[in-house]
Design a protein around this ligand. Structure first.
Ligand SMILES: Nc1ncnc2c1ncn2[C@@H]1O[C@H](COP(=O)(O)OP(=O)(O)OP(=O)(O)O)[C@@H](O)[C@H]1O
Ligand SMILES: [Mg+2]
Length: 450
């Protein structure tokens, strides 16, 4: 079986679009006292509630969203995802901390500047369709441009372009009521894209869609991201969606970010027991890559065997090794940087951490890739010329899900309209008795979709 694994771009070290530091959002009476008081800020959520009547939805969170990446915020219902993302454009006012977009202090922006931010620089796509029911598809997509003051003929032209881009050409004259859920989501996506925002913010856009449409829409986002390289912040409570879409994932619990890393780091090196439980059922072979699984190569190893890229998943490596009947070489920029063999690959699947690489068998310097070397992986793109240190990112997983439409707020609607919190459909139980979405953790061994 050939697995199709989306090619990951190298982890970006680009400058941040959003830079968040020490961010707090506390709901309740006199919220400022909570971050200001070390004793209060150290309380558990339940203690804080009973002592002060406050809920700390976001607690001392710091992160950067880098240019061109898909930054996923994930966590169970109530963990603070929506609050966090709404704070970025001050649809919800933060209680403490700093937020910058391209170096500009968001908390210092006046109303006009904020409006500009929401209309032009950061467009939001919500879970619930926020389409204007009496307007056609074209006019819904043009809505954000209308708010921006773009003239009628230009906005219709641009809207038509984005309608086509999301696969709805021919449906321009329909009204939202004449569309399927997935199509409505595409309209919402087109509307957000049409304003050409620097960053797209998605709040659980696909969770209302059925699994097939959801997968379609996930693929759509992946495609748009690949083609346009747009920066995205994507909220989901669905682990498979996070692993599929995220370049990096911030995993939230009770308002805190408990781990921030690539999918491979989250699955391969969970920061604590909570994260470990969270990712327990992920098919590791579809997320972990040769970079994690490889051992140092001997001179003999480096001369033979199929070639894999460091970002090739362990699943791909298993296939290559099984076909060849020999270990496979991991090649980076034409050099053999390691070897994956049966033992290493089995160890990864079994969750047995490979021993730390030793230098005893390492070929120094790494052997060049012979011209005639067979190439066994489907992964493409990023390897050539890649700085090895920058290649810690990850194999991704193919899986499925979808997008959701956004109300007028997407392109600069007013804060109140945009402030509604998404609803979560959870029905399974997570570790610790918390509710957890049923879709979250596929059974080990599930192929194709993590
Ligand atoms: N306006 C508000 N007033 C008081 N508490 C709030 C308010 N909005 C959110 N909260 C609380 O803040 C916490 C985080 O809520 P938030 O909506 O950010 O969670 P979430 O991770 O987006 O959840 P979901 O997955 O259900 O959308 C929850 O405990 C919630 O009850
Ligand atoms: Mg939410």
């Amino acid at each position: 079986m050939t697995l199709t694994v989306p090619t990951r771009k190298p982890p970006t070290t680009a400058e941040p679009v959003f830079s968040v530091s020490g961010l707090w959002k506390v709901f309740g009476p006199k919220p400022e006292r909570v971050p200001a008081d070390p004793e209060l800020s150290a309380l558990t959520p339940a203690e804080l509630r009973s002592r002060t009547g406050c809920t700390a939805a976001v607690r001392d969170v710091s992160f950067d969203v880098r240019k061109g990446e898909v930054f996923v915020v994930m966590g169970l219902s109530g963990s603070g995802k929506s609050t966090l993302v709404r704070c970025l454009t001050r649809l919800i006012e933060p209680t403490a901390g700093t937020i910058a977009i391209d170096g500009e202090d968001v908390r210092a922006m006046d109303r006009a500047r904020l409006r500009e931010l929401r209309r032009h620089r950061a467009a939001m796509v919500f879970q619930h369709f926020g389409l204007l029911p009496h307007r056609t598809v074209l006019d819904n997509v043009a809505y954000g441009l209308e708010i921006q003051g773009v003239g009628r003929s230009e906005r219709r032209e641009r809207a038509a372009e984005f309608v086509a881009k999301v696969g709805l050409a021919g449906m321009e004259k329909r009204r939202p009521g004449q569309l399927s859920g997935g199509q409505r989501q595409r309209v919402g996506l087109a509307r957000a894209l049409a304003v050409d925002p620097e960053v797209l913010l998605f709040d659980e856009p696909f969770s209302a869609l059925d699994p097939l449409i959801r997968r379609d829409m996930q693929d759509e986002v992946t495609r748009l991201h690949r083609e346009e390289g747009r920066t995205m912040v994507f909220i989901t409570h669905d682990l498979s969606e996070a692993l599929k879409l995220g370049d990096r994932i911030a995993l939230m619990r009770d308002g805190r970010v408990v781990q921030l890393g690539t999918p491979e780091e989250i699955v391969g090196a969970p920061a604590d027991d909570y994260v470990r439980e969270f990712v327990r059922d992920v098919p590791r072979e579809q997320v972990l890559t040769c970079r994690t699984a490889m051992r140092p190569a001997s001179a003999e190893d480096a001369a033979h065997g199929p070639a894999l890229r460091p970002e090739a998943t362990v699943a791909e490596a298993i296939e290559a090794v099984a076909r060849a009947g020999t270990p496979a070489r991991v090649m980076d920029a034409g050099r053999c940087v390691g070897v994956v063999d049966h033992d290493r690959l089995l160890g990864v699947v079994a969750g047995v951490t490979p021993e730390a690489p030793t230098t005893t068998t390492t070929t120094q310097p790494p052997a060049p890739l012979p011209d005639e070397a067979p190439t066994a992986t489907s992964t493409s793109g990023a390897a050539a010329g890649r700085d090895a240190a920058a290649a810690g990112a990850t194999g991704a997983v193919s899986g499925g899900a979808a997008v959701t439409g956004t109300p007028g707020a997407a392109a600069g609607g007013d804060p109140a309209a945009a402030g509604a919190t998404a609803v979560v459909e959870g029905d399974a139980f997570a570790p610790g008795g918390e509710r957890r979405p049923a879709s979250q953790a596929p059974a080990r061994g599930t192929r194709g979709a993590v």
